[in-house]
Design a protein around this ligand. Structure first.
Ligand SMILES: Cc1cc2nc3c(=O)[nH]c(=O)nc-3n(C[C@H](O)[C@H](O)[C@H](O)COP(=O)(O)OP(=O)(O)OC[C@H]3O[C@@H](n4cnc5c(N)ncnc54)[C@H](O)[C@@H]3O)c2cc1C
Length: 244
């Protein structure tokens, strides 16, 4: 069996964070192994608002043009009130400044953002290893040994560093007993990607009362996605449309 060179870094998780780190290491010629337990790339729209600061990072990584081309600006918000539909701009915009060159959040579904990052990574000669789950970590003064379950059995890989980019319920964080301080918002939410007829794509449609949070339903369109939240599961709906 050919001997695989030890990577300098193991990145656990090939989501947005893991892919971003992988691109940065690749362009610095630092060896790494990028693993993800999922069978393939994430397919949902989840993180769809690309904030100005994220756009600066994407510019630095050389992917901003393709991310802009994958989505668009937020459409107008259309609130359905007792008096009828009312359109309001989603954001108040001011001109770009050297400190804040990007002012306009973009609407791009997360699966397309991650696709752009994978494309950039491929240009640099790398790809995530899917179906590879980190199952154990042993660290010492010189580095870390990672146990990885692969489709062809368990493997132990030695590296100088292991980076946990494995999301909100991070195995790495829990293994190292690192806390995750924060606050629960006190709302229940459902995000879904579905097709829906009869709702135009020129607006971000919003029903219900967002302030009371009893039931608020939003449909984000413009090639992408939507979300809904409320207290009663029977009122949950949400829709999404991928770029045609
Ligand atoms: C409802 C919702 C709406 C959001 N909206 C926005 C938004 O509008 N704008 C925005 O910027 N962000 C948004 N976010 C946040 C955004 O989705 C996250 O910040 C982003 O996905 C975090 O990326 P990540 O790479 O850290 O983790 P993840 O995307 O969670 O990726 C972690 C990866 O690690 C892998 N993994 C986990 N455990 C292991 C293991 N043991 N071994 C190997 N692989 C493992 C998983 O399979 C996964 O692919 C939203 C999030 C939610 C839930």
């Amino acid at each position: 069996m050919p001997r695989v060179p030890e990577p300098e870094v193991i990145i656990c998780g090939a989501g947005a964070a893991g892919l971003t780190l992988a691109i940065d290491l690749a362009r610095r010629n630092i060896g790494f192994l990028l693993i993800d337990k999922a069978a393939g790339p994430f397919r949902g729209s989840r993180g769809k608002g690309i904030q100005p600061r994220s756009q600066e990072v994407f510019e630095d990584l050389g992917v901003i043009d393709r991310i802009v081309a994958s989505g668009g600006e937020y459409p107008v918000q259309r609130f359905y009130t007792d008096e009828g539909p009312v359109d309001r701009s989603a954001f108040e915009l001011s001109g770009p400044t050297p400190e804040e060159p990007y002012q306009i959040p973009l609407l791009v579904p997360q699966f397309l953002t991650e696709r752009c990052l994978r494309e950039r990574l491929a240009e640099l000669g790398h790809a995530p290893l899917y179906g590879h789950e980190l199952t154990g970590i042993d660290q010492d003064d010189d580095g870390v040994s990672a146990r990885i379950a692969t489709p062809s059995g368990e493997r132990t890989v030695r590296a100088a560093y292991l980076v946990g980019a494995d999301g909100g319920s991070s195995f790495v964080r829990k293994s190292l007993d690192i806390g995750f301080p924060g606050r629960t918002l006190g709302v229940r939410a459902v995000v879904a990607d579905v097709r829906a007829d009869g709702v135009s794509t020129d607006a971000w449609h919003r029903w219900g009362r967002a302030r009371t949070r009893r039931c608020h339903c939003a449909r984000c369109t413009a090639r992408t996605c939507s979300s809904t939240w409320g207290r009663s599961p029977s009122t949950w709906t949400s829709t999404s449309r991928r770029r045609a």
